[in-house]
Design a protein around this ligand. Structure first.
Ligand SMILES: [Zn+2]
Ligand SMILES: [Zn+2]
Ligand SMILES: [Zn+2]
Ligand SMILES: [Zn+2]
Length: 455
């Protein structure tokens, strides 16, 4: 969706970058495809993020140091994390909450004994009742019925409201960019609950200029909010945000794999559900659903732990050297195909058949075949490249920044668009969320049926 042949001459689009920075096109074998696409994603994301940093700090080149950059290491980390938050705020594009609510309600079904409504203390769907949200940024439940909220906590859910002692004590807060529960006067973004960032802000957390602007109503917390209020859009900015969002998403996911972080990998699967549904990859949608349902409690504890934590291999024994099992299997099978192709004639039919079996039941002979002796298949080359997450194109990154600085790809210029894309918009509504919910429900019922048959 982000790569369009037509956009080759549109500055800053992926297609333009492919040709400008001489990336090979991605039509070789599957293993080259993997390596090139990773190189490319890492490069583009690093380059865009650097461009954002340079723009945000008002610098004119990557070699300059921002004037407010602290000298102490601990303060530097805070400074960088604030910068990172500003970037993520700009590009973060979750699906619309109302779509998720619709899907969740449809998944809960009606008039059944077993309710699986994912919110509130009651876990029951109550159509028409207003939902309120818990103000902890870490709340595991998030939304509650107003009636249930009042009954449970005796405090007014229209004020800052926390669903229980754990949430009110954790010190986090869903609003403001500080995400801290620190009290004091607050200001609301003029887009109200449609705000694209944090909706409510501590007055003290705004810059002096923002505080002055916030005296007038309506006040908008960001360019993207005032843009939404005007109804005018900047389609180039939409595109930029989408590229960075996709790139960071892929890189964060790869980090999770390399660190063997099962919790994070499971979260990625959860987020994929919406995407898989919208793109109608129904087979994958159904297997993701099964995996998540399994891990949320459908499968026995031991299987759950296995699924969450044992989906990676670390064959080189290096830190950060984990590779996802799926990806490795893919490479193995490719290698086998290659070897068999290469050795045509010198293998007997029986040998070829044996090899093919090994590719399927890889585990037993994997070690002997690939990782001992002279490592004839040179798989370690792939592994080391797959596991290096640094970008080796530092010079290209500064060239990129010099080249695109003047384009203001992160600025808000209503009305502009890339010629190769019709009005580019990335944050799409979930397609038919009700149907998505119902489909998840029938998948769950199918799981129940199968379990009942076994037990
Ligand atoms: Zn309730
Ligand atoms: Zn809570
Ligand atoms: Zn704040
Ligand atoms: Zn806003």
């Amino acid at each position: 969706m982000l790569l369009s042949e037509k956009s080759e001459n549109d500055r800053g689009t992926l297609h333009h970058i492919v040709s400008k920075f001489h990336f090979k096109t991605f039509n070789n074998t599957a293993k080259d495809y993997f390596l090139n696409i990773w190189d490319f994603i890492t490069f583009v994301t690093t380059a865009y993020v650097t461009l954002f940093a340079v723009t945000d700090c008002g610098l004119d080149s990557v070699d300059k140091r921002p004037s407010d950059y602290p000298s102490q290491v601990s303060a530097q980390m805070d400074w960088l994390s604030e910068l990172a938050h500003r970037l993520v705020d700009l590009v973060w594009m979750p699906p619309r909450q109302e779509d998720i609510n619709t899907a969740a309600a449809a998944a809960a079904g009606d008039g059944e004994k077993k309710k699986i409504f994912p919110f509130c203390y009651c876990r029951e769907e109550k159509p028409g009742e207003q939902l309120v949200r818990c103000c902890s940024n870490l709340c595991p439940v998030i939304l509650f019925h107003e009636g249930c909220a009042r009954a449970q906590t005796q405090s007014d859910p229209h004020e800052d409201w926390f669903c229980g002692p754990d949430c009110s004590a954790d010190g986090t807060y869903v609003y403001c960019h500080c995400k801290e529960q620190k009290g004091g006067q607050m200001v609301q973004c003029g887009l109200m609950d449609k705000c694209r960032r944090h909706e409510w802000y501590h007055r003290d957390c705004l810059t002096t200029a923002e505080q002055t602007r916030a005296q007038q109503t309506p006040w908008f917390c960001s360019e993207s909010c005032s843009m939404a209020a005007d109804g005018e859009e900047d389609f180039v900015l939409n595109y930029t945000r989408a590229v960075v969002w996709e790139g960071l998403y892929h890189m964060a996911r790869r980090d999770a794999i390399q660190e063997g972080d099962g919790e994070a990998m499971t979260d990625f699967w959860r987020m994929d559900m919406v995407l898989l549904w919208s793109r109608q990859h129904l087979q994958l949608f159904s297997s993701s659903h099964q995996m998540i349902t399994g891990m949320e409690g459908f499968y026995p504890e031991r299987v759950r732990q296995d699924m969450k934590w044992n989906r990676v291999l670390n064959l080189q024994g290096t830190s950060g050297g984990n590779v996802s099992v799926d990806l490795l299997t893919e490479l193995m099978i490719n290698e086998f195909k290659g070897v068999i192709e290469f050795g045509k004639g010198s293998f007997t039919k029986q040998q070829v058949e044996q090899s093919a079996q090994l590719a399927g039941a890889q585990a037993k002979h994997l070690d002997r075949l690939f990782f001992t002796g002279g490592n004839p298949l040179n798989l370690s080359t792939y592994l080391s490249r797959l596991t290096s997450s640094s970008c080796s194109r530092t010079e290209d990154v500064s060239r990129f920044v010099d080249e695109f600085k003047k384009d203001e790809l992160f600025g808000f210029k209503p009305g502009r668009k890339h010629q190769g894309f019709d009005k580019f918009s990335y944050q799409q509504r979930v397609k038919n969320p009700k149907k998505m919910g119902r489909s998840m429900r029938s998948l769950s019922e199918e799981l129940d049926r199968r379990r009942d048959q076994i037990l």
